[in-house]
Design a protein around this ligand. Structure first.
Ligand code: IMP
Length: 466
């Protein structure tokens, strides 16, 4: 029986495997809100203990920055820990890859001395082409302009993510990374695709770009040649690593409430961003994921359109935006800011089956006399603790708040739980009680050192005792 098909059981923390190496739990890190929770920092904190950091969804719409030799570097497609010496970065089949962006990131890292990155790129990942970005823009503009009173645009990042995933579902015009290495087949597909796209775009917008299959085919074959050293069947690679007792860290891009099936549809991205996306997006069966760490902010933010019950379009939101530097990593757009929504959080913990919470940006809340937290919704006059994962239903939800005491002290240099003001500790306890999952890390600033690890629970022991 090939290792690809050998039966396994779900590994538990510290459990010994058949091989000499102990079977450590593979772990997922996912965003519990609408993105930008600080997953990159959490991954950076724990990645040293893992053998691979695996992206399974999304594309260049995600954004995180890594600090290499003291220099901050923005990445959109590369797995967060690609600069860690021990872990290989894997871009698995569920990701949509913009080769131009990926090559720029590889070159950017090389300029920082990370050369060549330890990267494996799935031959089955789908390719984002320039016409996908054009389509993203045309659709967004059309949705906004059709009825100026009623803007229907999603507020996408315009990175071509939705159109690339649509192409995957359409199949006959889709290009996968492996196709970039087969020039004749690539040309054929691009001929078909360009004929359709050019006709559609011309009908929708006189300003639309025209796409030439021959030019694209040449350009993307060149990208393919440059990417060739990284291209492989990542399903086989990951299964082999698991069989050897290696631990994988799955890096969720975007976040739970943006999940195409479980988020606030239609104001979502086009992939499964929750832990549920891992099996299909990597070929690693779900029962092989030992731990799920959910990352949340101490408040809520959202970029783009869509319902946001606890949004504070007032001085509260402005203060959070200013203190939290809440501007998009990918697009630079100001983020919408508001109070913590525990109805949405409980939903997100449930759908991901999160074992542990990393609570980020707690320092941003210093200086509020009271902090409101949404514990229930009122929908149609009826109180409910159920989160409706549907934009129209959620738009009807009015938050029911509980007010907690705030704290005035700056906490960004606090190193231990006991040093936090009593009100900040009360806030953490309240979140744990309401969420039904332990808070195992509290982040009080962007640097690694600005992290408080709480009473080593099982997830933490598994992640840190390596
Ligand atoms: P798309 O993924 O570019 O199609 O955008 C769809 C929606 O998801 C928009 O509201 C984006 O602002 C949002 N979005 C996508 N990726 C992220 C992310 O990483 N952080 C925050 N919002 C995101």
């Amino acid at each position: 029986m090939s290792s690809q098909h050998s039966p396994r059981h779900r590994p538990a923390a510290g459990e010994a495997g058949g091989s000499a190496a102990p079977l450590r739990p593979s772990t997922a890190v996912v965003g519990l809100q609408w993105g930008d929770e600080g997953k990159g920092k959490v991954i950076d904190l724990v990645a040293g203990g893992f053998d691979a950091v695996v992206r399974y969804n999304g594309g260049a719409n995600a954004g995180h920055s890594v600090v290499v030799q003291g220099k901050r570097h923005a990445l959109h497609l590369m797995p967060s820990a690609v600069h860690h010496p021990n872990a290989i970065g894997v871009i698995a089949n569920g990701v949509v890859v913009d080769p131009e962006v990926l090559l720029k990131e590889i070159d950017g890292l090389a300029a920082l001395g990370v050369k060549p990155p330890r990267l494996a790129l799935s031959d089955r990942a789908h390719v984002v082409l320039p016409y996908h970005k054009e389509e993203d823009a045309i659709r967004e503009t059309a949705a906004a302009e059709a009825d100026p009173e009623n803007d229907r645009s999603i507020g996408t990042t315009r990175r071509g993510i939705g159109p690339a995933y649509s192409e995957k579902a359409l199949r006959s015009t889709a290009v996968r990374v492996g196709d970039l290495l087969r020039p004749a087949a690539l040309r054929e597909t691009l001929d078909r695709a360009c004929t359709i796209k050019n006709a559609q775009f011309r009908a929708l917008s006189r300003a639309a770009r025209h796409f030439d299959a021959a030019t694209l085919s040449e350009q993307y074959s060149r990208f393919g040649e440059r990417l060739r050293p990284y291209v492989t069947d990542t399903v086989v690679l990951l299964r082999k690593m698991i069989d050897e007792g290696r631990a994988l860290l799955f890096e969720g891009a975007n976040a739970t409430l943006l999940d195409v099936d479980h988020g606030t549809f239609p104001f979502v991205t086009a992939s499964n961003c929750t832990a549920l996306g891992i099996p299909a997006g990597t070929g690693v069966p779900g029962r092989m994921i030992g731990r799920v760490v959910g990352v949340m902010k101490a408040y809520c933010t959202r970029v783009g359109a869509g319902p946001f019950p606890t949004e504070q379009p007032n001085e509260v939101g402005d203060r959070i935006r200013q203190r939290g530097n809440e501007y998009g990593t990918t697009t630079g757009r100001p983020r919408r800011c508001g109070w913590l929504d525990l109805v949405a959080l409980r939903y997100a913990i449930g759908i991901n089956d999160a074992d542990a919470i990393a609570l980020m940006l707690l320092d941003v809340l210093s200086g509020f006399e009271t902090i409101n937290v949404c514990t229930e919704y009122r929908i149609g006059g009826v109180r409910t603790d159920r989160f409706p994962p549907d934009a129209m239903a959620l738009a009807e939800a009015e938050p029911v708040y509980e007010s907690l005491p705030g704290w005035s002290e700056e906490i960004s240099s606090v190193q231990a739980l006991e040093e936090l003001p009593e009100a900040a500790r009360g806030y953490i306890r309240f979140i744990e009680d309401q969420a039904g999952a332990p808070v195992e890390w509290v982040s009080v600033g962007p640097d690694r050192a600005q992290t408080i690890a709480l009473n080593a629970g099982p997830a933490q022991a598994a992640l840190q005792a390596r």
